[in-house]
Design a protein around this ligand. Structure first.
Ligand code: ACM
Length: 616
């Protein structure tokens, strides 16, 4: 009885949200939404007015309208006479206004006869992303937008999403598609992991072998971590971006208010570069190959003057391509084996008065930082850069939990939180089930990502200011295809967006996952993204005890159908479709298995969820 009562309560609260979603479907949830009655009707006659026709955000909106079938041009406010200003049936996009807004903030006023959007800098772009999320296109001549008053600005200035293109390569079109979905959820930093042991992916004019040799590997390990016998695909693999392609992506990102942080890994994770130029290693007489398996490798850059000269040259070309403040120099998982066995390194440690190989690592990072700083850029490094003492101006990316980030913030260094333990490693599975695709290990369900808070409570108010943002990472050892990359990214990236943007007090996982996510997944479907279809809302792999059950479910994707079985078989389209709450009676000492699957109109499928209802 108690279970039935509980389920009934859950059902009621879900319906309450359905009618009263305080965020009217917007992801990430804004700072403040005041709903009003009525709607604005966007038609062929609607005039789009702006005080800045050249603004990238205005061009973005104008392109969006064209794609949605509207040919309304944009009118410069200066070309209107007094009586035309504040006209009915108009949308005004403005960057010059009196209201005081925080950085990247916007104010969106939707009335039934006009819309006013004021945005500060990138804020205009974010206001447009919100507006677009609210537009319901009916046909080529009509779209409706619900009346509301929205004030919004981000919790963090750095809102990052990473992509590893070394373990598997993703082409320019895919990267642009990745940037598109980031921008629509107000993420503003793309961390492009361009080099690693398994492939060097950026053309460097002065050192052509980096790509001639370093972008190619003979084969790839395909079975999962922890299994002793390696299985290989016996297939050569290659790929890299030319500098022209890099420029194209940088410009594209810029049009979406996204800054790219390129990562050039050093001193570890450098097998691809060492294979191309063995003189970068501590033993140039050895032959090296681009890695075909995953993990840490013993051979890394040697801290010689020759290595620093080459890395400076490489970074020089990289900094010409990427105008952003930050260059990520890696710093993680640098195996010390080669350094410990090198007479040169032993002598260097003695000459420089360093403590040990950790000190040598810091010496390495500091020298690189000096060069990068002299070119007007700043470095970011993974939290291992703390180990032998931090480089003076470095920003720390805390990935092994939060300890490194906390220590760095206490030492007055800026920090970006990206702990794997906080659900921010999107190469982990999204659900514990053998039906999920192969992953590197770890489980990071949507709820875990969503509940992450980047600001540790042990920091003082002053120290907390050093937490400049948050990022999730997509490492691609076991992600060989674009379809799988999207599957691992979505919908978790939407949870990241809410962690990065939304005030902590506005976060609400039930509302997010049950009310807003289903609408957004349907939209992502229409845009051609391969997201993971969550199991039906109300379903899970679980065991419930009782004799009478009323099971209420709803689709995890708007417009999708839930199919179910009670006979132990895996459900498919040929089974019963769920339409009304299921009343299930379980005989004494028996178990009934309720298996469900969600299938979207485009044919995407959830895994099968298995609820065991037992009367024992
Ligand atoms: C990392 O995951 N090795 C930064």
């Amino acid at each position: 009885m108690r279970i039935i009562f509980l389920i009934a309560l859950l059902v009621i609260s879900a319906q309450t949200f359905a009618q009263h979603d305080p965020y009217i479907g917007i992801i990430p949830a804004p700072v403040s939404v005041k709903k009003a009655r009525g709607e604005f009707r966007l038609t062929a006659e609607t005039i789009i007015i702006t005080d800045s026709p050249g603004h990238k955000a205005v061009r973005f909106f104008s392109d969006y309208l064209k794609k949605a079938g509207f040919s309304n041009g944009v009118t410069d406010v200066n070309s209107l006479n007094k009586s035309q200003k504040g006209m009915k049936n108009s949308i005004t996009l403005s960057v010059n206004f009196k209201a005081d807004l925080p950085p990247e903030g916007y104010q969106l006023l939707i009335f039934d006869d006009n819309i006013i959007l004021n945005g500060k800098g990138a804020g205009l772009f974010y206001g447009i992303q919100t507006l677009i999320q609210l537009i319901q296109v009916k046909n080529n001549n009509l779209a409706t937008i619900p009346c509301a008053e929205i004030k919004d600005y981000p919790r963090f200035g750095y809102r990052g999403m990473h992509l590893d293109v070394s373990r598997h390569f993703f082409n320019v079109d895919f990267v642009k598609k990745y940037l598109d979905v980031m921008a629509s959820y107000k993420l503003n930093t793309f961390h492009w992991h361009l080099t690693d042991d398994q492939g060097w992916r950026i053309e460097i004019k002065k050192y052509p072998k980096l790509t001639d040799i370093g972008s190619k590997r003979a084969q790839t390990k395909i079975n999962r971590a922890g299994i002793d016998t390696f299985l290989y695909d016996n297939t050569p693999y290659e790929g890299y971006y030319t500098q022209d392609q890099i420029k194209e992506v940088v410009n594209y990102a810029n049009s979406l208010f996204i800054t790219i942080v390129p990562e050039i890994e050093l001193p570890g994770h450098s097998m691809a570069a060492v294979a191309a130029y063995p003189e970068l290693s501590c033993d140039p007489n050895k032959t090296y190959k681009v890695a075909e398996t995953w993990g840490e490798f013993k051979d890394v850059y040697c801290p010689s003057e020759e290595t620093f000269k080459m890395l400076d040259d490489i970074l020089f070309e990289v900094m010409l391509l990427f105008p952003g403040k930050y260059i990520h120099i890696g710093g993680d998982e640098c195996n010390k084996f080669a350094w410990k066995n090198s007479d040169f390194c032993k002598q260097l440690i003695a000459d420089k008065g360093l403590v040990n190989e950790e000190g040598l690592q810091s010496y390495f990072i500091r020298k690189i930082e000096q060069y990068v700083n002299a070119q007007g850029h700043s470095i970011i490094g993974w939290d291992e850069i703390l180990e032998g003492g931090l480089a003076p101006n470095a920003t720390v990316m805390s990935w092994r939990g939060e300890a490194g980030g906390i220590k760095a913030a206490q030492a007055n260094h800026d920090v970006i939180m990206t702990p794997g333990s906080g659900g921010l490693y999107f190469d982990h599975t999204q659900y514990k089930s053998p039906l999920e695709p192969l992953s590197i290990g770890g489980n990071a369900p949507l709820s875990k990502t969503y509940s992450y808070d980047p600001v540790p409570s042990e920091l003082t108010k002053e120290e907390q200011k050093h937490i400049i943002g948050v990022q999730a990472n997509l490492w691609t050892e076991y992600i060989p295809t674009a379809a799988k990359a999207e599957y691992m990214l979505l919908p978790r990236m939407l949870a990241l967006a809410e962690v990065a943007w939304t005030p902590k007090g506005n976060k609400d996982f039930s509302n997010f996952s049950e009310e807003r996510i289903p609408q957004h997944l349907a939209k992502l479907d229409a845009k051609g993204y391969n997201y993971r279809v969550p199991v039906a809302i109300g379903a899970s792999d679980t065991v419930l005890t009782g004799s009478k059950f009323t099971i209420e479910l709803s689709p995890s994707v708007e417009g999708a159908t839930i199919y179910y079985t009670l006979d132990g078989y895996n459900p498919r389209e040929t089974d019963l479709a769920y339409t009304v709450p299921l009343k299930i009676l379980v005989p004494e000492n028996k178990t009934v298995e309720l298996k469900t699957i969600v299938i979207t109109p485009s044919g995407k499928r959830s895994i099968v969820a298995d609820m065991k209802l037992q009367n024992k």
